[in-house]
Design a protein around this ligand. Structure first.
Ligand SMILES: O=C(O)Cc1cc(O)ccc1O
Ligand SMILES: [Fe+2]
Length: 455
């Protein structure tokens, strides 16, 4: 591990564990012992409390952290509407949002080297309202340069689940630094300040912003105590600070989908130590312990849930983050790809790499996306159907090197004007090409009871 210019600090070291109490200090002794807010915190630091839930939220849901920093976050000039970020205010607005039942699919979104993290975010779909802390938003991003020096960002609207599809994000946060590559994800909860650097060139990917609550691991039920995304594989950055109280910094806030900015004469990345339960984290999708059917039939995709953002209704998510990792299919006498279906949930899908087994027609490509809104019928395209019904049902490894994912929501999402028009990536023929070629096989004279497996 490299040692930083601050001597004792190390970039990119992590604490392991999801939803645990963590603590980290970049200077030994910076965390007060035994209490949170001593009269004079160690090293002349300020103590700042940072709440991710109401103070009175039940213990098992409560998320709060204590930050020990050089200056409190309150030391800054007034917030003003931010005019300097190109068209990003428009990028976040959903004024022309349309809820439509058409199946939608997008060609890979363009890379754009002229953008940084903030100007490279485009709102594609949304349901709900950050004012009411309800619902979710779905963005794609494409950036080719690091955020301007001495600039930091946060969203007051919700938690960002970031899914890079291409490139490396070096994310400097108040809690420490995270390196997040394609096939990894990270979550930056509401309010946490960060900068995104692009050390390896262009980046592209997807963001799910959860306006309500926080992401949790799904229940495991009869699976037992391990499986799917294991808690210990989530990685939390360690304290990493810069001692800069002489530079003008610009902070940009996404506040009800509009950008505001302010300046302060000190770095927001001045947290020398922290402890608590509210922090950013990352996860390598390659560590997902995939579980599936070893007898017959295609299981519900909930078996692939990495993280869930629950609604108030038990078992019903505002947003599930679901992945389709490489896995073995061994089911007997089974149509192995996803069944044809209509879902009371909306399904936004993206592809990080490779192919997706329900779509063999070639139109679902890495960096692209699809949306099957509430009750919009979909399933394997005609070519995937032919392959699946004709295939010899020997054990088959699907998706070697591939990774698709889904943001599944109980809410009907609207699609922005950018998503429907301005991005110019909508595949006009998606529906016709995928399902109209499906052949009729029905023959009243041929009896098949589908009981071969038992026979
Ligand atoms: O539509 C899709 O491709 C996603 C999906 C996958 C699956 O295995 C079962 C249901 C489902 O919606
Ligand atoms: Fe589906």
């Amino acid at each position: 591990m490299p040692t930083s210019e601050f001597g004792v600090q190390e970039k990119y070291t992590y604490l392991n564990g999801f939803s645990c109490y963590h603590e980290s200090e970049a200077l030994p002794g910076a965390l007060p012992l035994g209490h949170n807010s001593p009269q004079k915190p160690p090293f002349g630091l300020y103590a700042e409390k940072f709440s991710g839930t109401a103070f009175t939220a039940p213990r098992h849901e409560n998320q709060q952290s204590w930050l020990y920093r050089i200056l409190p976050s309150a030391a800054h000039k007034a917030w003003e509407p931010c005019l300097s970020k190109g068209n990003s205010a428009i990028n976040f607005s959903g004024t022309d949002m349309q809820q439509i039942p058409n199946q939608l699919r997008w060609d890979p979104f363009d890379f754009d080297d002229s953008n940084d993290w903030i100007s490279g975010l485009h709102l594609v779909a949304e349901a709900g309202d950050p004012v009411m802390k309800s619902g979710l938003a779905i963005f794609v991003f494409a950036a080719g340069k690091s955020m301007t020096e001495h600039e930091a960002f946060y969203s007051a609207d919700g938690d960002f689940l970031i899914v890079p599809q291409h490139g490396v994000l070096d994310i400097v946060t108040e809690f420490g630094r995270m390196l997040v590559r394609a096939n990894e994800i990270c979550v930056i909860p509401r309010g946490i300040r960060y900068r995104v650097l692009t050390p390896d060139g262009p980046v592209r990917g997807y963001v799910l912003e959860l306006y309500q609550g926080h992401f949790q691991l799904p229940e495991l039920g009869p699976i037992g105590s391990n499986g799917l995304a294991n808690a210990r594989d989530f990685q939390v950055p360690t304290a990493y600070y810069e001692n800069d109280t002489s530079t003008d910094w610009t902070l940009i806030s996404k506040f009800n989908k509009k950008l505001f900015s302010m300046t302060q004469n000190h770095s927001p990345f001045d947290v020398v130590a922290w402890h608590g339960t509210y922090y950013p984290y990352k996860y390598d999708l390659g560590r997902f312990n995939t579980i599936g059917s070893i007898s017959f039939d295609h299981p519900d995709p909930s078996i692939f849930t990495v993280l869930t953002g629950p609604s108030h209704q038990v078992g019903t998510a505002i947003a599930d983050f679901v992945i389709f990792p490489p896995r073995w299919l061994v089911q007997e006498d089974t149509f192995r790809p996803p069944w044809y279906h209509r879902n009371t949930m909306s399904e936004f899908m993206g592809l990080i790499s490779g192919d997706y087994d329900a779509k063999t027609g070639g139109g679902f490509r890495p960096g692209g996306a699809s949306l099957h809104n509430i009750m919009s019928a979909h399933g394997p395209d005609a070519s995937a159907h032919t392959c699946a019904t004709e295939a010899e049902l020997k054990p088959q490894k699907v998706g070697g090197g591939s990774m698709a994912f889904m943001f599944e929501s109980c809410l009907m999402v609207g699609v922005t004007a950018w998503g429907l028009k301005h991005c110019q990536k909508v595949q006009e023929e998606y529906n016709q090409e995928s399902w109209e070629p499906l052949k009729v096989y029905f023959d009243e004279k041929v009896v098949s009871n589908g009981m071969d497996r038992h026979g």
